[in-house]
Each structure stands twice: as C-alpha cells, then as structure tokens.
Write a protein that binds this ligand. Structure first.
Ligand SMILES: Cc1cc2nc3c(=O)[nH]c(=O)nc-3n(C[C@H](O)[C@H](O)[C@H](O)COP(=O)(O)O)c2cc1C
Length: 185
C-alpha cells in the first residue's frame, strides 16, 4: 500500500481535499491562500484572500472581492491569476494558475443576500480601496452589493511539491486532462 504522496493520483486527491478543507475550516491553511495577479504595467502582485469555493470536478475556485480594488483593474487587463498555499501538516506546496472571470451585479445578487452582515463589511469602502487618505482611519465601511464581485478561477495548471524524506513534484494541466506528470523538484 503506497502513501498518498507516492502517486500523482494521490497528490491530486490531496490537493482537492486540502482546498475543500480550506473552504470548510477557517483554521485550515488553505482558507487564506495568496492570490497573485499581474498589474496593468506588468508587475507581479500578491495578496491574501479567503477561499470561498473549490470544485474538484470543474477544477474551479472562487474568491470574493471589492469591485473597486486594484486587483480588478489587473484582471481586466490580464485575466490570469495564481494561487499559492503551503499546507504544513501535509508538507505540501500548492501552486495553481488559471483564467479568472469577474462576476458582479444582478448575477451575484442572491449570493450577496446570503453573506452575513459582518462579512459584507469587506465589500465597499469610501474612498475606494487604495485611495490615498490623510489619516489612517479617514475612510468609512459602506457595504454595497454594487461593489461586490466574485472571482471565478478556472484552473489551467497545478504544481504540487511534497517535502517529505524525499522531495516529489508533480504537474497537472487541464489540456492533459489532469494526468499527473512528475517533475524534478
Ligand atoms: C486574512 C486576510 C484575508 C483577506 N481576504 C480577502 C478576500 O477574500 N478578498 C479580498 O479582495 N481581499 C482580501 N483581503 C485583503 C487583501 O489581502 C488586499 O489587501 C486587498 O484585497 C487589496 O488588494 P489589491 O489592492 O491588490 O486589490 C484579505 C486580507 C487578509 C489579511
């Protein structure tokens, strides 16, 4: 009987287990991945986000954000993103790349209604996120469904590293129907 990290299928299953755990468990490391985009002038940008859904079947993830935030301008210029998670209890590094579609307005209004009041506070601030302000607290939270956006990430490529006694690295891509390929770590 092999260990989960000894086969590419085992690694693939561990990936989606970790992402599902992240969605379900606020203390799981996959709950707060680092999400990277490319700015309109070509700079890499990374920030912490909350992982909201992870669909293994579709290889798709969602993140919620403020439509006025700079990452939206970046995604409008270049609709590609990357996600990074380190899962210490599995010694597993997860790196994903994908195409990111921005959903807002009427299409996601029902979802907004399900978000608790305290969480709605994260979507809508005056002035817009990133605007220079004279003092640190010179802003007001203004939850607004009009500034709420869902980032739908269709994963195209996955790179997993398992740092056990031996190091193992595997790559998976949508074009290869997620068939695992070992890589030199
Ligand atoms: C623990 C934590 C969770 C966060 N979750 C989100 C999130 O789910 N969505 C989001 O847009 N920003 C989230 N943020 C804020 C972002 O990290 C970032 O500061 C903000 O979105 C502005 O980024 P931008 O200027 O690159 O668009 C979170 C920050 C922290 C520290």
């Amino acid at each position: 009987m092999s260990e989960w990290f000894e086969t590419t299928d085992g690694l693939w299953a561990a990936l989606w287990d970790a992402l599902r755990d992240g969605v379900a468990d606020a203390r799981h490391p996959a709950r707060r991945p680092t999400f990277a985009t490319v700015s309109p002038d070509g700079w890499p940008e990374a920030r912490t986000v909350v992982l909201r859904t992870a669909d293994a079947q579709a290889a798709a993830l969602t993140v919620h954000t403020d439509l006025q935030s700079d990452k939206i301008k970046s995604l409008q210029a270049n609709p590609r993103g990357a996600l990074h998670v380190w899962v210490p209890e599995k010694d597993l590094q997860i790196r994903l790349q994908g195409h990111v579609a921005i959903a807002s307005g009427d299409a996601i209004r029902p979802l907004w209604a399900e978000i608790p009041d305290h969480a709605q506070q994260s979507y809508g601030v005056i002035p817009a996120p990133g605007t220079p302000i004279p003092e640190a607290l010179d802003y007001v939270k203004a939850p607004d469904p009009a500034t709420f956006a869902v980032l739908n990430c269709a994963v195209t490529q996955v790179d997993l590293v398992h740092l056990g006694k031996d190091h193992r690295r595997a790559q998976f891509s949508r074009v290869r129907h997620w068939q695992g390929q070992w890589l030199s770590p």
